[in-house]
Design a protein around this ligand. Structure first.
Ligand SMILES: [Zn+2]
Ligand SMILES: [Zn+2]
Length: 371
């Protein structure tokens, strides 16, 4: 199931600024307003869709989540954006789907990774318990880096720039300006949760007024605006193990979002994409390379310089080597867990396209020998 493409609906690029979005939105609203198109069902639908798109894209928090759905959603069977712009699931549908899955604790098609990745984007409250004062583990953060082919083979350090949370040192994470008061939340009577009766079930959700803290800060900390934490751009060193495969994940324990109510931090999960190499192709633990030799060298045998990840090495090509035959150099492949794959050399034989008269004469003589 695809997600509606709100950017396409609004006709703005994904990187559009709030000002650009607003300008485009106002233009579209004027064009499709029901007052201007009385009785036009299509215009009415379009008008609704524009407003739906604008509601999400103009809200920084919703836009961030929506972008995440577009980026990672396809991995969980409800992502990617609809090619035509409209049609598909709306942002609200996705949220409903997610909270329903969370309530049942058995969202199909997803397994654990769905919870892992999406829990961090959606603060829907905890439907299963009302222990909002209890310490909660911080959310996991998903990121990705693209690394050079050589680093994937040999291992090494890569640096990832990431906006991460840290505790505000001014208020020590409380969110209150030092010396100021905190009052009990009037919305939830200090409980941090609000209960709702829905048919036979009583469910409780996190109080939106105090975000489950049960108290309201009188004077928010000036440094963090009462959040208790600050988002800063950090450079994180990621150790890449030798032989890592494309599209694999590295988990950095405790490098995710801060915990709630002194809970432990979440993890940082980094997806690793490996750049392709111009010479080598990876196939499991083996590396493959193609080498061209002339027809005469294939017939008589020769010595070639083979590129390996550790530099060039000389190799004998036996006389009578067939086109597309594969030769193997043991132990020059991908290292992984004490083992190392091989380098497979595919030998291409170049046949001459044109021959001189003299060459033709010589080949005729060869033919006479029965070759
Ligand atoms: Zn602070
Ligand atoms: Zn409250």
């Amino acid at each position: 199931m695809a997600v509606k493409d709100y950017y396409k609906i609004l006709g703005v690029p994904e990187k559009a600024t709030p000002a650009e979005i607003k300008k485009k939105y106002l233009k579209l609203v004027r064009k499709y307003h029901p007052d201007k198109n009385p009785g036009d069902k299509q215009a009415e639908e379009k008008f609704k869709e524009i407003n739906e798109a604008h509601d999400v894209i103009s809200n920084p928090e919703k836009r961030k989540k929506y972008d995440m759905i577009r980026q990672y959603g396809s991995q969980f069977n409800f992502g990617g954006s609809a090619p035509g712009g409209s049609g598909g699931m709306s942002y609200e549908d996705i949220l409903k789907n997610f909270s329903a899955g969370k309530r049942r604790k058995s969202y199909k098609n997803t397994g654990g990774s769905f919870q892992d990745i999406f829990s961090q984007f959606f603060d829907l409250g905890d439907f299963s318990s009302s222990q909002t004062h209890a310490p909660q583990r911080g959310k996991n953060i998903l990121s990705s880096i693209t690394i050079p082919f050589e680093t994937a083979i040999k291992g090494g350090n890569q640096f990832l720039k990431l906006e991460t949370e840290s505790i505000c040192e001014q208020c020590n994470g409380s969110g209150a300006e030092p010396g100021s008061k905190k009052n009990s939340c009037s919305q939830c009577q200090g409980r941090g949760t609000i209960s709702v009766n829905q048919g036979p079930f009583a469910t409780s959700y996190v109080c939106p007024a105090c975000q489950g803290k049960g108290e309201i800060i009188e004077t928010p900390c000036k440094k963090c605006n009462g959040a208790g934490k600050l988002v800063t751009l950090k450079t994180i060193k990621v150790k890449i193990p030798r032989g890592i495969e494309n599209n694999s994940k590295i988990r950095l324990k405790g490098k995710g979002a801060l915990g709630i109510n002194n809970g432990p931090p979440g993890d940082l999960i980094i997806r690793i994409f490996v750049q392709p190499h111009s010479t080598f192709k990876r196939n499991g633990l083996n590396l493959e390379v193609e080498i061209s030799i002339t027809l005469v060298n294939a017939l008589l045998g020769t010595e070639i310089n083979v590129p390996t990840m550790d530099g060039r090495i000389k190799m004998k090509i036996p006389s009578g080597t067939q086109p597309n035959s594969k030769l193997r150099i043991k132990g020059k492949g991908v290292p992984s867990q004490g083992k190392r794959g091989d380098l497979i050399i595919k030998v291409l034989v170049k046949f001459p396209k044109k021959l001189t008269e003299e060459q033709k004469e010589l080949i005729k003589k060869l033919k006479e020998t029965g070759l």
